[in-house]
Write a protein that binds this ligand. Structure first.
Ligand code: DGI
Ligand code: FE
Ligand code: FE
Length: 401
């Protein structure tokens, strides 16, 4: 197994790191990539006011998730947990013990490569891993790299060194990026979810008021709560909710905010859901306590209310987006159906459901609720009483009309 090891302070992880790591992953045909945030970099001190270790870990996890390599990229906290300076030689020793048969490649940019002989234990490092050094320009890679590569080969005859030019790698210095973030910029150098997490936590001098975000700020913040694969769904729901709100006269701003936040707790496990319930006083009924998939609507509503100060209409729309209920408002129906028919949804019958939604909101709602009930029956899952009440209310209306 070929494993890439990419260490750094990741303060913050940005598109420069991500594009380089992805390119090396492809070029070296790696099986796995390990991103390892350093606790204390050996060659510099972390600037004052840097995020905590836990925040840098989370930032790196969000960045890793954005690489689209699935489980092939992992973020390890082994350096964050080890006391003192983070030496690569120690880390590689630890990894080698864990994966004795793996072939390790150490990823590094120009600056690190050119100073490699000054690292602690270069001989030990080169015994445990090859170096994959990447430069951003031809001149970096050809001239400077050749001299250094020659030197290392003469000094460490068994060294494996692979140098690559990655012309499409974004040129960014973390120092400048941090300064730009403090001035309200920098967004273009970061994956949206990483930027959103920075805003959410107020890192690097960003001082966004979470209770009064513009849609342009709320969008990345909302994405920072999601797993990579759910991002298109939430953006699709936003689009669809805005469209339905315009058509049926719901408040467009509220529809947008409800859609962006509706699944913000979806990735949490049962224990984390229950923790939010006790923090925000969310009450669950018996079925909800036993169905993880039903909890996220309730906890998502609480986060929208207490973290983002959303108005009650938005909070309620999120609260009922999974089960529906009798007596739904137009905004609640809009979110329920936008979630169901957004452009990325692709299940048998979705086209009929879309057409029904654009003929009449209640016709769509009835069809959607019925589809959920049928599917629950097929899978042998209990149907929530709110869903049943919503259904019988709509059927009653239809019967009378
Ligand atoms: O969060 P999304 O996946 O975007 O969509 P959602 O919030 O509508 O959640 C759908 C999931 O919730 C789906 O896996 C089925 C589950 N669900 C919806 N209604 C019921 C339900 N599960 C049970 N047990 N009972 C229900 O009435
Ligand atoms: Fe949901
Ligand atoms: Fe959803």
């Amino acid at each position: 197994m070929r494993i890439g090891v990419y260490g750094g302070t990741f303060n913050p992880p940005h598109l420069g790191h991500i594009t380089a790591a992805k390119a090396v992953f492809e070029l070296l045909k790696l099986d796995r990539l390990l991103l390892i945030p350093a606790r204390e970099p050996p060659h510099k001190v972390l600037p004052a006011g840097s995020p905590t270790a836990g925040q840098r870990l989370e930032l790196t996890r969000l960045a890793a998730d954005q690489m689209g390599l699935g489980g092939n990229v992992q973020v390890l906290d082994i350096e964050l947990r080890r006391e003192g300076k983070s030496y690569t030689s120690d880390t590689l020793e630890q990894l080698h013990a864990q994966y004795p048969d793996a072939e390790f490649w150490l990823l590094m940019g120009t600056d690190m490569f050119l100073t490699f002989q000054a690292w602690r234990d270069p001989a030990k490092i080169l015994g445990l891993a090859g170096i994959a050094a990447f430069g951003r320009t031809q001149s970096d890679t050809r001239e400077l790299f050749l001299v250094q590569q020659d030197y290392l080969h003469r000094t460490y005859p068994d060294a494996r060194i692979f140098t690559l030019t990655l012309p499409h790698v974004v040129e960014i210095s973390s120092t400048e990026l941090r300064e730009e973030l403090g001035r309200g910029g920098g967004q273009q150098y970061l994956p949206p979810a990483v930027y959103g997490y920075i805003l959410r936590q107020g890192l690097y001098g960003t001082a966004a008021d979470l209770k009064h975000l513009t849609p342009e700020q709320l969008r990345p913040v909302a994405l920072s709560y999601l797993k990579h694969k759910r991002i298109p769904h939430v953006l699709g729901t936003e689009q669809e909710a805005v469209r339905l709100a315009e058509r049926y006269g719901a408040d467009v701003k509220m529809a947008r905010e409800a859609a962006l936040l509706h699944d913000c707790t979806k990735k949490l496990d049962t224990e984390e859901q229950l923790e939010l319930c006790s923090r925000y006083g969310v009450e669950l009924d018996e079925l909800e306590r036993n169905a993880l998939k039903l909890m996220h609507a309730k906890t998502g509503a609480a986060v929208a209310k207490y973290v983002f100060g959303e108005p009650e209409e938005v909070v309620e729309a999120i609260r009922w987006h999974t089960t529906g209920k009798a007596g739904m408002s137009v905004l609640e129906k809009v979110l329920y159906l936008a979630d169901y028919i957004e452009p990325n949804r692709d299940f048998p019958g979705v086209e009929e459901l879309r057409q029904a939604c654009y003929r009449s909101l209640d016709e769509g709602l009835l069809m959607g609720l019925q589809m959920t009930a049928d599917e629950m029956n097929q899978r042998g899952n209990p149907i929530h009483k709110n869903t049943l009440e919503a259904l019988s209310e709509l059927k009653g209306k239809n019967g009378r009309g």
